[in-house]
Design a protein around this ligand. Structure first.
Ligand code: BES
Ligand code: MN
Ligand code: ZN
Length: 507
């Protein structure tokens, strides 16, 4: 079932509404009986009295549901606090808060009223299109929670019919096509994020490397994209020593997935997006402790982000070239697993001393970068659930970044601000690089606990061959213990929208 999402009241106006959402600001409630009604005189009075008693302060994301009892042609009104001068993130959060109430009410046909103040605010600030996109994303993404697999299968609550409906005189002045464009973009971006979340939430016994490749093939087929799925034999021909070593302990063989999007055949510039696709990370011979290990089904969150972004890019068709590369493997201990002390020869020819088999992501990503470069990538962004250390540094509040190119980092950071996804750059001092020097090979795969996110990042950067490169460590942001804003518990699909913003704005 797909949601119908529109701007303005439709001609078949007398449809029955389950609920309406009205963003309301403190200023509006302080005005007392103003000439402009909020929704309906008696309901407005009830809301104002709650406000007077301090029971509804119209703080950001605060929600008050009022039953209309026949006073209004919708069963419930969901008031959501809204602060003037609102940002895209503010709107996305407000819409997400409303969406959670809609779910509680099982309200599928809804109007989101756009008060005059909000329209003026949006027009003067972030722009109508961005406002519409943020509202759409907030409503849809907040409801996309993990769907459990059960004998008695229940359906996920979904919206059926949503209209953004302008109020007051601003309605006539407001640009309908800008609202519609924003809604369309929001719907597309949300689809990309949902794909990433769904893949990431899949259990490891379902999502093996071969299955991830199958999902990538489906995506490529649906959007008419060229795809290569390199199996273990072909990977051996291409000397992908990192990928093969990590995958060799599992009965489920590794894959290198390459998807080509050619939006500008005349350009020599090609983005390389590389996503870590460890479908399950036990740690291998350097086995992880049991507690929390089940969350390692999300160790392909980087791969999911890249696939989600490619899906949106393939729909928006920007005039740029992109190569998406997903090295995917299952990191298992076994008699044939790689082990500490092994020295690997990577696809680039560099050698690596394995000191910890749990530092596997950087090994597969190194070959991923080389694969992207051999296929023409000229600037590289990798996305990976790389280190527990990034959780120590930034918690779940920001994605950690390491780069060799400040200009490229600025582009990525600007994109993340437009998307409302936080990225924090870590220093890439050369001293950190010394920590991954090896006596046995060019590099070793772990520099120890301290500065772990940076040394992990710099290991990957070694394989960028001097090309502009940004590494995004999403170990803290791709999977949440509990929901917040538009992000559910479990997989968040973080970085899908940032990657799309990055690529689409470079036309
Ligand atoms: N997949 C993990 C990182 C991770 C940790 C992701 C927590 C999500 C949540 C990664 O492969 C890993 O095990 N990293 C090691 C690196 C160390 C051995 C240098 C780590 O962080 O402990
Ligand atoms: Mn690991
Ligand atoms: Zn891992």
């Amino acid at each position: 079932m797909t949601v119908r999402f529109t701007y303005g009241v439709r001609s078949e106006a007398n449809q029955s509404l389950d609920a309406i959402i009205r963003f309301v600001s403190r200023e509006e409630l302080e005005q007392g009986e103003a000439d402009q009604p909020i929704v309906q005189p008696q309901i407005d009075e009830a809301l104002r009295s709650l406000f007077a008693k301090g029971l509804f302060k119209a703080d950001a994301e605060q929600v008050k549901v009022i039953a209309t009892l026949g006073l209004y042609p919708a069963a419930h009104i969901i008031f959501v606090g809204y602060e003037q001068g609102v940002t895209a993130t503010g709107l996305r959060l407000a819409a997400a808060a409303a969406a959670k109430s809609l779910k509680q009410l099982q309200a599928q046909s809804v109007h989101l009223l756009l008060p005059e103040l909000l329209i003026k605010d949006a027009a003067a600030g972030l722009g109508i299109e961005h406002a519409a996109q943020a509202l759409t994303e907030g409503l849809l993404l907040a409801l996309h929670v993990r769907q459990p697999l059960k004998r008695e299968q229940s359906e996920r609550f979904e919206l059926k019919d949503v209209a953004l409906v302008p109020q007051g005189d601003a309605a006539a002045a407001s640009d309908a096509s800008a609202w519609e464009h924003g809604i369309a973009k929001g719907l597309l971006y949300a689809e990309g994020v949902k794909l990433a979340r769904d893949l990431t939430n899949l259990p490891g016994n379902d999502l093996t490397p071969e299955r991830l490749a199958y999902h990538a093939e489906e995506l490529a087929r649906e959007h008419d994209l060229e795809i290569e799925v390199i199996d273990e034999w072909s990977a051996a021909d291409q000397r992908m020593g990192g990928l093969l070593a990590v995958g060799q302990g599992s009965v489920n063989p590794p894959r290198m997935i390459v998807i080509h999007y050619k939006g500008d055949p005349n350009s020599n510039e090609t983005w390389g997006l590389i996503g870590k696709g460890i479908t399950f990370d036990t740690g291998g011979i350097s086995l992880k402790r049991a507690e929390g290990m089940q969350e390692m089904i999300s160790d392909m969150g980087g791969a999911a982000a890249v696939l989600g972004a490619i899906r949106v890019i393939a729909e928006l068709k920007p005039a740029v070239n992109v190569i998406a590369v997903i090295p995917t493997a299952e990191n298992m201990p076994s008699d044939r697993a790689f082990k500490p002390g092994d020295v690997l020869t990577m696809m680039s020819g560099h050698t690596v001393e394995v000191v910890n088999t749990d530092a596997e992501g950087r090994l597969v990503l190194a070959d991923g970068l080389t694969t992207a470069i051999t296929r023409g990538a000229t600037k590289l962004v990798d996305v990976a659930t790389l280190t527990g250390a990034v959780l120590v540094a930034l918690g779940s509040e920001a994605t950690g970044a390491v780069t060799n190119n400040d200009a490229l980092f600025k582009q990525v950071h600007d994109a993340s601000e437009r998307a409302g996804e936080r990225i924090w750059q870590l220093p890439a001092y050369s001293e950190f690089k010394k920590k991954i020097k090896s006596d046995a090979a060019d590099l070793k795969n772990s520099g120890g606990r301290y500065g772990g996110t940076i040394t992990g990042g710099l290991f990957i950067g070694h394989f960028a061959e001097g090309l502009p490169w940004v590494h995004l460590d999403i170990a803290g942001t791709s999977w949440l213990e509990s929901s917040r804003g538009w992000e559910p518990k479990g997989a968040t699909g973080v970085m899908v929208r940032t990657l799309v913003e990055l690529i689409v704005h470079q036309e």
